[in-house]
Design a binder for this molecule. Structure first.
Ligand SMILES: *Cc1c(COP(=O)(O)O)cnc(C)c1O
Length: 400
């Protein structure tokens, strides 16, 4: 019997009841803007920033309107201006080079390893060739390098490191929460990430000046004293008149929806591990599938699954994607000639004008990607793996 999967790959869990109640309360009192507070009131946004800083163990936290806004703010706050070269992953999501382009800086893409992380040797080479002093390190799809080694290399190269933790919120590297190794970290609360407010993000740092500059940049209208996870007012004094107000704030409605989800995050990470392990377990014995190796120092958040079909011709991968889709399993492929929906690669971002990266190309040409929403259970994950494995077997025997 041919098994079919009937789950929905883009269906999130509902907002927890506590979030719905808190959001309703915000709508009832009507003070949706983060700085619009009644006497003695702590806005939802301010409370969320304190809770996220505590969750991560960071000194300072700023909630933003998106992950992309958090990244662009972090870049500006660390001194990136028009024309500045910024090293970043060739394998990442479009808002990452987009944030660099938003401030007219120049993305310099670095090669990708088989673990889907940034290649350290190429990082050193590209840093030397470009003269870049900024590294925007994107932990795309939850794959992080060993962060102690990466930070040691970055220090040797004199790089300021901004971690893009959109897919690692709740994960760890070398015993620290993801985002705690670099100078600044950016997170997203966009609907497909680990906590969901539709749109939104965070910036975290331990550096008082970067934090103050980020708050001013995010559009604080000189109300920076209303922040709690922020440095004292003196730090703002020298910056307040020379930093532009680039609106990208979070509002109280989204913050209200996020606070109960943040409390659930450790449990979500455990549930994602169950789903991800079940898919990997179901595919590990298939000789045509290469699973992605993982640094043992890592706690990965398994909110999506990747695998590689090395050296498969494009037509065969297209047949696999359509064969799986016919059985209800939605795979994405990074090897398509043009960007499709959320799936794109460095060569599609033509504004960045990158030279070809042969190691990245070999991997992305065979890279398959799949969402694992928490509305799936372990039995779903096992069924999905059976379907993928059968479809791969069917096609692997077809001559190229
Ligand atoms: C989602 C995402 C971002 C930020 O996206 P926004 O939609 O701007 O919140 C950044 N990096 C990666 C890898 C992402 O997946």
């Amino acid at each position: 019997m041919t098994e079919i999967f009937t789950g929905n790959f883009t269906q999130q869990e509902p907002i927890p009841q506590a979030g719905i109640r808190a959001a309703n309360a915000v709508m009832e009192h009507g003070r949706l803007h983060r700085y619009n507070v009644g006497p003695g009131e702590i806005s939802e946004t301010v409370a969320l920033e304190e809770e996220f800083a505590a969750f991560l163990g960071a000194k300072y936290c700023l909630a933003t309107s998106s992950g992309g806004a958090a990244i662009a703010t972090a870049l500006r706050a660390t001194g990136v201006t028009a024309g500045t070269p910024v090293l970043t992953n060739a394998f990442t999501l479009a808002p990452v080079p987009g944030a660099i382009a938003a401030i007219s800086a120049k993305p310099v893409f670095v090669e990708t390893t088989a673990a889907l992380t940034m290649d350290a040797e190429d990082l050193a080479a590209k840093a030397a060739a470009s003269g870049a002093k900024h590294l925007l390190l994107s932990h795309m799809r939850g794959h992080q390098p060993n962060m102690e080694q990466t930070m040691a290399l970055a220090e040797t190269l004199g790089l300021t490191v901004i971690e893009d933790c959109a897919h690692t919120m709740g994960g760890m590297s070398c015993g620290l929460p993801s985002g705690r190794h670099g100078h600044v970290a950016a997170f997203s609360t966009q609907t497909y990430k680990h906590i969901n407010s539709g749109e939104g993000g965070f910036l975290t740092t331990d550096d008082a000046e970067i934090a103050a500059r980020s708050i001013l940049l995010s559009g604080s209208y000189m109300l920076y004293e209303r922040h709690a996870a922020a440095p004292p007012a003196e730090v703002f004094e020298a910056l307040r008149d020379v930093t532009p107000n680039v609106s990208g704030r979070m509002d109280n409605l989204r913050a209200a929806v996020l606070r109960p989800q943040l409390r659930e995050l450790p449990d979500r990470v455990r549930r994602w591990a169950v789903l991800h392990d079940a898919v990997e377990d179901g595919l590990k014995d298939n000789p045509d599938i290469t699973l992605i190796p993982r640094d043992p120092s890592l706690v990965r958040v398994g909110s999506s699954f990747q695998m590689c079909l090395f050296d498969w011709p494009p037509e065969r991968i297209e047949r696999l994607v359509s064969g799986c889709l016919a059985r209800g399993v939605e795979l994405k492929w990074f090897g398509a000639p043009r960007a499709q929906g959320y799936t794109s690669r460095y060569s599609h971002w033509r504004y960045a004008g990158s030279a070809r990266l042969s190691a990245t190309d070999r991997i992305l040409d065979g890279l398959i990607d799949m969402r694992l929403p928490l509305t799936f259970d372990e039995a779903d994950a096992r069924l999905i793996a059976r379907i993928i494995s059968e479809e791969v077997k069917k096609l692997a025997s077809v001559p190229a």
